[in-house]
Ligand binder design. Structure first.
Ligand code: IPE
Ligand code: IPE
Ligand code: MG
Length: 248
């Protein structure tokens, strides 16, 4: 499936897809493997999904890799994930760069291990002018933290006399978010059967179509993505207006 499946309409593809990559632990448990094996398989699936977006003409994706709440997991798992992120970055950077992927990270990166911060910085710098696919990775990301931080930044501008409170509007707040400059996701996909947002992109998902599937993340291949896109193309996105046929 290198080319777009025939039953998908090229003109109605989402321009930005957000993913909550959930179910790695359960995937491993089902196989009698340690949770870490699920995370490892999850990164392989992600690699193919980035390529799939490129193949099918979807210009942007954002994935949830580690939440502000995930620090509460056992230290062993947290350390494994940090090392895994770093290893994957080192291993995949050259190829991603060659394929025109523009990498960007959302979240407060300062508490991450220094070597990981270095790898992230290098990856972003190397790929910043690439245009084939925009690939955002949310690490130590939490939507509430993002909104508080944005409010602090606006408050500071008010305090310094650069901004009047009544001039604060949606566009200005949007510019303070980690996703500044990106269009909002058209489609959110969460795997593993959970139907919640877990502090992910609360502002940005205001009018996003939500798709929940029981498929566990390490099984979320092109066929599963194809199903999600078919479901998306059947939706009528009204944005508060009347259905397209009625308003004519
Ligand atoms: C998602 O899979 C990956 C991260 C949160 C880092 P989980 O690790 O949450 O897997 P489950 O939900 O326990 O199966
Ligand atoms: C959400 O998954 C975070 C990521 C996928 C990185 P979790 O597994 O942490 O979410 P909850 O705890 O089930 O809500
Ligand atoms: Mg989970």
């Amino acid at each position: 499936m290198k080319t777009l499946p025939l039953d998908l309409d090229r003109d109605r593809l989402p321009q930005h897809v957000a993913f909550i990559m959930d179910g790695n632990g359960r995937w491993a448990k089902q196989r009698g493997l340690p949770r870490m094996a699920g995370h490892r398989q999850g990164t392989r699936i992600l690699k193919d999904l980035v390529r799939c977006c490129q193949d099918w003409g979807i210009p942007a994706l954002t994935v949830y890799a580690f939440s502000t709440e995930n620090w509460q997991r056992p230290l062993k798992e947290v350390s494994f994930l940090m090392k895994l992120f770093e290893r994957v970055l080192h291993k995949e950077l050259a190829e991603m760069h060659q394929e025109g992927v523009c990498l960007n990270f959302l979240g407060d990166l300062s508490p991450l291990p220094e070597t990981l911060q270095g790898a992230i910085h290098q990856a972003c710098e190397t790929t910043q002018h690439n245009q084939a696919v925009k690939f955002n990775v949310a690490v130590n990301y939490g939507s509430r933290h993002e909104l508080v931080r944005s409010c602090q930044s606006l408050a500071q501008q008010v305090q310094q006399g650069q901004l009047a409170p009544e001039d604060i509007n949606e566009a200005l707040l949007q510019q303070q978010l980690y996703t500044a400059g990106d269009r909002d996701p058209d489609l959110l996909i969460r795997t593993s059967g959970e139907q919640r947002l877990s502090n992910y992109l609360l502002w940005q998902l205001a009018y996003t179509e939500l798709y929940f599937t029981d498929c566990l993340w390490p099984d979320f291949d092109r066929t599963a993505f194809h199903q999600a896109l078919l479901s998306f193309q059947q939706r009528d996105r009204r944005f508060g207006k009347l259905p397209t046929v009625m308003s004519a």
